[in-house]
Ligand binder design. Structure first.
Ligand SMILES: [Zn+2]
Length: 283
């Protein structure tokens, strides 16, 4: 059995505003009210990581980078790995192949110019690389991405491939490594636990149990966070009960859970963890 503290888990952050959620259809006025908070929210998360001496990968949305280049520079200067979270948070399977290629390439180039180094990791919005959009992996590999972290190996509202390999693996479609968000198997059921609404809803003790169970087998957990989910002052807007749940449920539990995770487990950016596992990752 592997000692839990010796396993480097993978910490990832999707840098976006709360209104980028694909399951909400907000008015322009509502988006304006919810927006403009991503710098402060990201700085809060960065401060927690720094205080705990931990590092991670920040998948930045192209739109956010375009509006706040200083945020990208700050993340790069602080030594965090930069990845791309698409250009404007559109679901991959709703895009044509050429459109996806064009938007992704433009955002990758922009992020690389701002961050001053190559960007080799990609995460799609809402786990939208699904069975019908696996073509995206070939395009990502062509563009020089070395890994993707967009396939949720479970069923979810907008994405996921429930039968996909839940461990880090090389894909058959292209020269690219897949880094799936973690799930736990309970009988035949696969439950995501490691981020987003799952992390907000599930009790900390259960999340700790899931990570420990993986780590004892030598498997790193892949955690994903959104800076806005630590924002307990997120402006309240009228969005119906489903929207309220998606946006506001248990926001006050996220920061204490993250602090506890950072205290109890070791975390690394994706490239470092892949390097340790003898998967190539550069530059
Ligand atoms: Zn996102």
């Amino acid at each position: 059995m592997v000692r839990v503290k010796e396993v480097k888990n993978i910490l990832t952050v999707d840098v976006e505003e709360s209104f980028h959620r694909n399951d909400l259809h907000l008015s322009r006025q509502q988006r304006e009210l919810m927006g403009g908070r991503v710098i402060e929210q990201t700085e809060r998360l960065v401060a927690l990581l720094k205080a705990a001496g931990q590092r991670g990968t920040f998948f930045v949305l192209g739109e956010v980078a375009e509006k706040y280049p200083a945020l990208v520079r700050m993340l790069g200067e602080d030594g965090f790995e930069l990845g791309l979270h698409s250009y404007c948070h559109r679901l991959v399977y709703e895009q044509g192949e050429e459109e996806f290629r064009r938007e992704t390439q433009a955002a990758k180039t922009m992020l690389e110019e701002m961050g001053g180094r190559e960007v080799v990791g990609f995460r799609a919005p809402s786990w939208s690389i699904t069975q019908k959009s696996l073509w995206a992996l070939r395009i990502l590999a062509d563009m020089g991405f070395q890994y993707d972290s967009s396939i949720l190996p479970a069923r979810a509202y907008l994405g996921g491939i429930p039968w996909s390999n839940p461990l880090i693996h090389r894909r058959a479609e292209a020269e690219i490594i897949e880094v799936p968000p973690s799930i736990i198997k309970i009988g035949r059921f696969r439950l995501p636990f490691s981020g987003g609404l799952y992390l907000r809803t599930l009790p900390y003790g259960f999340i700790r149990y899931c990570i420990t169970r993986l780590n004892k087998k030598g498997v790193p957990a892949v955690i994903y966070l959104h800076p806005w989910e630590l924002d307990t002052d997120l402006p309240r807007i009228g969005v119906g009960w489903k929207g309220r749940y998606a946006l506001y449920h248990n926001l006050d539990t996220v920061q204490p859970k993250v602090e506890q995770l950072l205290k109890e487990f070791s975390f690394a950016p994706v490239c470092e963890a892949l390097g340790d596992a003898n998967f190539l990752c550069g530059p």
